[in-house]
Design a binder for this molecule. Structure first.
Ligand code: NAD
Ligand code: MLT
Length: 318
C-alpha cells in the first residue's frame, strides 16, 4: 500500500525511527501532544505509532484524513479504538511477543517478593527499623501456582517458577491438557484451581469474559491466605473484592502491576487509597514491559511490521 509518513506520539526506542527512516519513510516524533494538537497533527500522516499514553480515540481516527495504519509498540491495544479503525478502513497492529519475557520476569519477581515480604522489609529498614519478626516469609518450593491464561506470558512464568520447585497448574479455554503438559502445567478447571492454589497469577486479556474474573465469590473459594498477582490488566481482578479479602485475611498478599484506573491516584473508588497502602499489597506502576530489551524489541518490531505493510509482505500482529 506504500507508506510515506509516520507520526510517533509516545517515547519509543530510537531503533523505530531508524528502521522507518532507512526505508524512506518520513518520521516525525511529537510526544506529550494535547488531544487538540493530536487532532490537528494527525491529518498530515499515513501512519501513527503509539505506546500507552496516546489515546487513539474515534475522533483521532476520523481526523486522520490520510491515516492508513496505527501501530502499538506493546501487546494490548486498549488505548486504540479498534472498532472505529475498522469502520474507517485503518489497519491496527501490535507487537505481541516483544515484551513477553519482561512481563514474565516481572511476574516472577513479584511472586518471589510476595513470598519473602521483600518490598515491605526494604521500606521498614529504610525507615530506620531492624525488624526481623514481622517479615517471616515462606518458601515457594512445593507451593501450588495457579496460572490463569497459558499464552505467551503464562507459559514463561510457568517454566521460571518450576525452577523454584513450584507445582504449576493452569487453565486456558484455548489450550488442552496435552499441550499444557508440554510446558509442565497440569491443566485444571477454574474451580479446582481456586481450591488448590497457594498463589494465583493472571495472564489473560481484559475482555468481557475475563472482566472481574476474580471477584469476591472466587476469593471466598480460594485457600485462606492465597496470594494473587496481576501483571495482565486492571479489571480482571475486582480491586474492591481484593481489598476486602486482604482486610479479612482470606487473601494473604497481593501484587499488582496494573489497575482499573492508571495511575490509581486518579481513581475515585472509595477503597483505592487503603488498598494501595495495605501492608500486604505490593505494587508497581505498570512496569511489566519496562525493560531496555523489551522496549528495543517492541520499537523494532512495530517499525519492521510497518515496512512489511508498505512493501505488501505478509503481516503479523492483531
Ligand atoms: P496471549 O494472548 O499470548 O495469552 C492470553 C491467553 O489467555 C490466551 O492463551 C487465551 O486463550 C487466554 N484466555 C482468554 N480468555 C481466558 C479465560 N477466560 N480464562 C483463561 N484464559 C483465557 O497474551 P500474553 O501476551 O500472554 O499477555 C497476557 C496479558 O498480559 C494480557 O492482558 C496483556 O495485555 C498483558 N501484558 C501486560 C504487560 C505489562 O506491562 N503489565 C506486558 C505484556 C502483556
Ligand atoms: C502491553 O500491553 O504491551 C503492556 O501492558 C506494556 C505496555 O503498556 O507497554
Amino acid at each position: 500500500m506504500g507508506l510515506k509518513s509516520v507520526l510517533i506520539t509516545d517515547p519509543l526506542d530510537p531503533i523505530c525511527e531508524q528502521i522507518l527512516g532507512s526505508a524512506g519513510v518520513e518520521v516525525t516524533t511529537k510526544t506529550k501532544l494535547t488531544k487538540e494538537e493530536l487532532l490537528k497533527e494527525i491529518k498530515n500522516y499515513e501512519g501513527l505509532i503509539v505506546r500507552s499514553s496516546t489515546q487513539v480515540t474515534e475522533d483521532v481516527i476520523n481526523a486522520g484524513e490520510k491515516l492508513k495504519i496505527v501501530g502499538r509498540a506493546g501487546t494490548g491495544v486498549d488505548n486504540i479504538d479498534t472498532d472505529a479503525a475498522t469502520r474507517s478502513g485503518v489497519m491496527v497492529m501490535n507487537t505481541p511477543g516483544g515484551n513477553t519475557l519482561s512481563a514474565a520476569e516481572h511476574t516472577c519477581a513479584l511472586i518471589v517478593a510476595l513470598s519473602k515480604h521483600i518490598a515491605q522489609a526494604c521500606a521498614s529498614l529504610k525507615s530506620g527499623k531492624w525488624d526481623r519478626k514481622t517479615f517471616l516469609g515462606e518458601e515457594l518450593n512445593g507451593k501450588v501456582l495457579g496460572i490463569i491464561g497459558l499464552g505467551r506470558v503464562g507459559r514463561e512464568v510457568a517454566s521460571r517458577m518450576q525452577a523454584f520447585g513450584m507445582q504449576t497448574i493452569g487453565y486456558d479455554p484455548m489450550i488442552s491438557g496435552e499441550v499444557s503438559a508440554q510446558f509442565g502445567v497440569e491443566f485444571k478447571e477454574l474451580n479446582e484451581i481456586w481450591k488448590l492454589a497457594d498463589y494465583i497469577t493472571l495472564h489473560v486479556p481484559l475482555i468481557p469474559q475475563t472482566a472481574n474474573l476474580i471477584g469476591s465469590d472466587v476469593i471466598a473459594k480460594c485457600k485462606k491466605g492465597v496470594k494473587i498477582v496481576n501483571v495482565a490488566r486492571g479489571g480482571i481482578l475486582d480491586e474492591e473484592a481484593l481489598f476486602h479479602g486482604l482486610q479479612s485475611g482470606q487473601v494473604g498478599g497481593a501484587a499488582l502491576d496494573v489497575f482499573n484506573v492508571e495511575p490509581p491516584t486518579k481513581s475515585d473508588a472509595a477503597y483505592i487509597k487503603e488498598l494501595i497502602e495495605h501492608p500486604r499489597l505490593i505494587a508497581t506502576p505498570h512496569l511489566g514491559a519496562s525493560t531496555a530489551e523489551a522496549q528495543f524489541r517492541v520499537a523494532k518490531d512495530i517499525a519492521e511490521q510497518f515496512i512489511d505493510v508498505a512493501k505488501g509482505r505478509p503481516l503479523v500482529g492483531l
